[in-house]
Design a protein around this ligand. Structure first.
Ligand SMILES: Nc1nc2c(ncn2[C@@H]2O[C@H](COP(=O)(O)OP(=O)(O)OP(=O)(O)O)[C@@H](O)[C@H]2O)c(=O)[nH]1
Length: 201
C-alpha cells in the first residue's frame, strides 16, 4: 500500500464548526459547546482510499477576526483546504467567499478547495440554500458537501473526495512541493463536471 502525507487546513467564520468537524473526523465524537479555538490546533488522521493510505496533517485555524492574519501560515503549502460555513448563518457564507478569494490569490497553485456547509442537521434554521452554495462551488471549481459534525453526515466523505482530487505533485516529499513562499499565480478556472465533486445532500 502506498502512503501519502496531505497538509490540509480548515478556514471559516468563528462558530461554524471547524473544530467539531475535525474532532468528528479524527475521533468520531461530538461535543456540544466546544471552546473557541485560540490561534490554531493540529491533528492527524490516516484514511485509506483505494489501497492508498492518506495521512492528513490537519491545521484547524481559529475563526475569530483577531486571528485572521495568522491564516497564511496554515494554508501556505497546504495541498487542500476545507472552507466551512454554517448553513444557518448567511453571514458565514459571505466570510467563506472572502476565504475562497484569498486562497485563490495566495494559496498554492494547485490547492484542492472544498466547501463544507456545516450544521445541516438544523434544517429548520437554514439560511443558505443548497442550490446557492452548490452553484458557487461549481463556479469556483471546489468540492461541495453539506455536513453535520453532530450527526457525522458527509464528514469522512469530504476528506475522501479531497483524496480523489489531489494532483500527483502532492505525492512528492513536502520539501519538494512547498516552496516556503506565498505563490501569486492565478489558478485555472476550468471547471470539470461538478457532479462528481459533490456529496449527496
Ligand atoms: N447542531 C450542530 N451544532 C454544531 C455542529 N458543528 C458544530 N456545532 C456547534 O457549533 C458550535 C461551534 O463549533 P466549533 O467547532 O467550536 O466552531 P469553530 O468553527 O471551530 O469555531 P472557532 O474555533 O471560534 O473558529 C459548538 O457549540 C458546536 O457544538 C453541527 O454540525 N450541528
Amino acid at each position: 500500500m502506498s502512503m501519502r502525507e496531505i497538509k490540509l487546513c480548515l478556514l471559516g467564520d468563528s462558530g461554524v464548526g471547524k473544530s467539531s468537524l475535525v474532532v468528528r473526523f479524527v475521533n468520531d465524537k461530538f461535543t456540544a459547546n466546544l471552546e473557541s479555538t485560540i490561534g490554531a490546533s493540529f491533528m492527524s488522521k490516516t484514511l485509506v482510499v483505494n489501497d492508498t493510505s492518506y495521512k492528513f496533517q490537519i491545521w484547524d485555524t481559529a475563526g475569530q477576526e483577531k486571528y485572521r492574519g495568522l491564516a497564511p501560515m496554515y494554508y501556505r503549502g497546504a495541498a487542500a483546504a476545507i472552507v466551512v460555513y454554517d448553513v444557518t448563518r448567511e453571514a458565514s457564507f459571505q466570510t467563506l467567499k472572502d476565504w475562497i478569494r484569498e486562497l485563490k490569490q495566495y494559496g498554492s497553485d494547485n490547492i484542492v478547495l472544498a466547501i463544507a456547509g456545516n450544521k445541516c442537521d438544523l434544517e429548520d434554521l437554514r439560511e443558505v440554500s443548497t442550490r446557492t452554495a452548490l452553484e458557487y462551488a461549481e463556479e469556483n471549481n471546489a468540492i461541495f458537501c453539506e455536513t453535520s459534525a453532530k450527526t457525522a453526515h458527509n464528514v469522512s466523505q469530504i476528506f475522501t473526495l479531497i483524496t480523489q482530487r489531489l494532483p500527483s505533485e502532492s505525492l512528492l516529499p513536502q520539501s519538494l512541493t512547498d516552496s516556503g513562499s506565498i505563490q501569486l499565480q492565478h489558478r485555472s478556472s476550468a471547471s470539470p463536471s461538478g457532479k462528481k465533486n459533490c456529496c449527496k445532500h
